[in-house]
Ligand binder design. Structure first.
Ligand code: BG6
Length: 499
């Protein structure tokens, strides 16, 4: 019996900020990620404090902003889509850039050149029978909103966002069937600038940034308070905007399906101790909460209690319960890269904002970047999601980032990528056999692109290599890696031939 359904949506995933470039073309405005600057090949960049943003603005002419270049998909999209078609893609995940359509976010009508660009991209995809899967907001907002509204913290951003989202449905509903509202909506709580345009220390005197502070270090209490309050407030507003557009799409474009998108994190207890098991359970509930609100249409009791215990204060949006209940998503989508383990030992357990630091699992291998490779956790989680929501599931990100240089023959031999993807595709096939309704699989960065955490080109995920370095040097020529030919075979055999 075939392991994957006949119309399974094999493909790959990208985002506008990480591929498009073409920033100065046709009036595109600047987004908050356009101000994230490169700090070295392994240095996380997306945690922006006030001093970082000030530096980015003051030294705009000299700093390196890789997201402004992307891989120049803006000028290469025909060639890139032809390569994806050659692999047999049935689905291509991309996002629309808010600032290409509404450069400052305040305009009443969109920029016609930007509007046309996406029509052209969709037409090119359809020419090859590739179904676009569009993320409405993939880590992007007009830079002006960072200062004007404290990112997503102020509810005043919602009408501007809704105007943009509504335009997307009105304009593209006949070209795009599958939509996602916010990429990895839970990330606003882990990396507040990235997910919500929040500059944590924007209000003077609220707290001191500790000397030598590094993102992902334990937080002083006053800083943790601002972090939790701001990020969960921003999240609340994103839930509202998302539910509003789901409702609008259901009413005006019934041919469209709208999904959520969250970063799936599977947590094992470090030991069989009941206390470790409880910690793992709490982390599990925390991870699923982001999905609960969007799929079930209400805040679960568990998170309300977590808010009380952690002193999180939310200004609830007027009528929010009804808005959420009316905007439940049609399918679940997720990114999955790694699993982690947690302990109840307070000496070794650290919380960073709302998120837990993970410990090393001795049973798992890790990628070049320390991410623990665990296909079994994906299978376990898919089963859990089936039971919890009973909705179709689209796996819209998965993959392995690696440093890669062409070998002596000028080619990239990425056997480790083939082996990572093979094991995850096996796990998905097993989950389907378990009874999970998985409708598609779009591995991340199907063509090399700018890394999100490192804003570098040197962390690569693609089947297609792009000749560009972290400084923007290179020909930007595209070439096929070994995994390109392997994935082509996988798709042609509908997941049967994984050798
Ligand atoms: C997800 C994001 O978190 O992971 C992508 O949705 C991102 O935008 C991907 O690129 C991989 O992360 P990174 O930091 O390796 O690029």
């Amino acid at each position: 019996m075939a392991r994957f359904p006949k119309n399974f949506l094999w493909g790959g995933a990208t985002s506008a900020a990480q591929i498009e470039g073409g920033r100065c073309q046709d009036g595109k405005g600047l987004s908050h990620l356009d101000y994230v600057y490169y700090r070295g090949p392994k240095a996380p960049c997306n945690f922006m404090l006030k001093r970082d943003l000030e530096k980015a603005k003051a030294e705009e002419a000299t700093l390196n902003f890789p997201n402004r270049r992307g891989i120049d998909f803006f000028h290469h999209y025909k060639e890139d889509i032809a390569l994806l078609a050659e692999m047999g893609f049935r689905s291509f995940r991309m996002s629309i850039s808010w600032t290409r359509l509404f450069p400052t976010g305040l305009e009443e009508t969109p920029d016609p050149e930007g509007v046309r660009f996406y029509h052209d991209v969709f037409a090119e995809l359809h020419r090859y029978g590739i179904e676009p899967l569009v993320t409405m907001i993939h880590y992007e907002m007009p830079i002006g909103f960072v200062e004007k509204y404290d990112g997503w913290v102020s509810p005043e951003i919602i009408p501007h966002c809704y105007r943009y989202l509504k335009f997307l449905i009105d304009e593209y509903k006949d070209e795009v069937k599958y939509w996602l509202t916010f990429n990895e909506i839970n990330m606003v709580c882990a990396v507040p600038y990235l997910g919500g345009g929040i500059v944590l220390d924007r209000y003077d005197g609220e707290f001191e940034i500790p000397r030598g502070f590094k993102p992902f270090a334990p937080l002083p209490p006053d800083m943790a308070k601002r972090w939790n309050n701001a990020s969960h407030q921003a999240l609340h507003h994103q839930f509202i905007a998302s539910a509003m557009i789901v409702k609008y799409a259901h009413e005006t474009a019934p041919q469209c399906l709208v999904g959520n998108m969250f970063n799936l994190h599977h947590m094992y207890p470090e030991t069989p101790s009941p206390q470790d098991a409880l910690r793992a359970h709490e982390e599990h509930e925390f991870n699923r909460f982001f999905c609960d609100v969007m799929a079930k249409g209400s805040y679960p009791a568990w998170i309300r209690s977590w808010y009380r215990k952690n002193g999180v204060e939310i200004q609830w949006y007027d009528g929010y319960e009804e808005i959420l209940a009316q905007g439940k998503v049609d399918f679940i989508s997720l990114s999955y890269y790694l699993s982690s383990i947690v302990t109840a030992d307070p000496e070794r357990q650290e919380r960073v904002g709302s998120f837990i630091r993970t410990l090393h699992n001795p049973y798992l291998e890790t990628s070049d970047f320390g991410w623990q490779i665990d296909p079994t956790a994906l299978r376990i989680s898919l089963n859990d999601l089936r039971d919890r929501y009973g909705l179709p599931i689209y796996i819209v990100e998965n993959g392995i980032g690696a440093f890669e240089e062409p070998g002596e023959d000028g080619k990239i031999h990425d056997g480790y990528r083939i082996s990572y993807l093979r094991s995850h595709i096996e796990a998905i096939a097993d989950a389907i056999e378990d009874g999970v309704d998985v409708i598609g699989y779009t591995p991340w960065g199907c063509i090399d692109l700018v890394s999100c955490s490192l804003v570098s080109m040197s962390k690569r995920y693609g089947f297609v290599y792009v000749d560009a370095d972290d400084q923007g040097n290179g020909t930007y020529d595209r070439s096929r890696k070994d995994s390109f030919y392997w994935y082509k075979k996988v798709i042609a055999s509908n997941g049967e031939d994984l050798d």
